[in-house]
Ligand binder design. Structure first.
Ligand SMILES: [Fe+2]
Length: 326
């Protein structure tokens, strides 16, 4: 690495800002070979494969419980990946939690319980008053904190993109979509219809991708977030796939014997080389890092449900999703 000389010469008058920056000693030059791939341990940390069991949200007072890997990622927390923050929100019956973030997208999935989401009218939009119950998913654009009132003891999975905005050094100030509710009853009915379709008979991947008509190009749930309501049938062994988006997976329901296998490389036969096996439990969450080959297996005798939330809408906009199947 080379530091800029104290007083670079031959800068034109209109480059006086650059001159003062260089003089302050910030300008550097690296040999390409030292800096071409800064994603490595000790520099830009690779994304770890975090896992959190359901005991995290099984008991205790009302609280927001971040799935925080910010120390490992060396970024401002709480963050579960460089762009996203996943949290469980535990709310006792009759209590209210305020869920606020400097984020473009708030996504809530009701893992259990029932209640109501209120957001007062603010400078960025009108009021929200949405009842929710088990299996519902709803998204809010940037704005005031969501006030989550629980009518019965509840656990919600909350994903937002504040870490991305922290990195950019910006505040969200322009809603890009309207608050949208996906009733659990509708999701369950549509997934059952998909599973019953004759064309699904040989598929080991039966999933609904949640979309918003405000975002017709990406077919995603918000302009940064991607959400899939997925069934992994009993006996399924999925062929591996990979993508450049990170997946923050919530296990909705399963019996023992379900897992996700993941790893950075494939064997010649298309299976994952030395895979890490993430065991599923209902209410557990785990991270699948970008670029890792992964597939779900269901060795139990019952169907299983998974909700991966990804930053795939952002990658789609950047044309960097690069999804591939083995
Ligand atoms: Fe995936």
């Amino acid at each position: 690495m080379t530091q800029a000389p104290e007083a670079p010469v031959a800068l034109r008058q209109d480059q006086s800002v650059a001159l003062s920056m260089a003089a302050a000693g910030k300008a550097q030059l690296f040999d390409y070979r030292q800096a071409a791939n800064p994603v490595r341990r000790g520099l830009t940390e690779p994304i770890p494969e975090g896992r959190w069991g359901p005991e995290l949200h099984a008991s205790g007072p009302s609280a927001i419980l971040p799935l925080d890997l910010s120390d490992e990622l060396d970024c401002r927390g709480p963050a579960t990946s460089p762009a996203l923050s996943a949290n469980f929100i535990r709310i006792l019956a009759g209590e209210t939690i305020s869920a606020g973030a400097n984020a473009t997208s708030f996504l809530f999935y009701v893992w259990r319980g029932a209640g109501r989401c209120r957001r007062p009218a603010g400078a960025l939009g009108g009021p929200v008053d949405q009842p929710w119950s088990q299996g519902d998913l709803f998204v809010l654009p940037c704005g005031e904190p969501a006030q989550l009132e629980a009518h019965e003891e509840s656990v919600l999975y909350w994903v937002h993109d504040e870490p991305l905005l922290n990195h950019l050094g910006v505040s969200a100030d322009r809603p890009r979509f309207e608050a949208t509710h996906y009733p659990g009853e509708w999701l369950r009915r549509e997934l059952a219809a998909l599973a019953a379709d004759p064309s699904s008979a040989r598929s080991n991947r039966l999933s609904l991708l949640l979309a918003n008509s405000d975002l017709p190009r990406s077919r995603t749930v918000t302009h940064t977030l991607w959400a899939m309501y997925g069934l992994v049938p009993a006996g399924a062994i999925q062929a591996p796939h990979r993508h450049q988006s990170v997946a923050l997976d919530l296990v909705i329901a399963c019996a023992p014997g379900c897992a996700t296998l993941s790893g950075p490389e494939l064997n010649a036969d298309g299976t994952i080389r030395n895979p890490l096996r993430m065991e599923w439990e209902p209410g557990a969450a785990f991270v699948t890092p970008p670029g890792h080959w992964h597939g779900h297996v269901n060795e139990s005798g019952e169907d299983a449900l998974l909700l991966p939330i990804q930053d795939a809408a952002l990658h789609t906009y950047l044309r960097s999703l690069d999804i591939r199947f083995s």
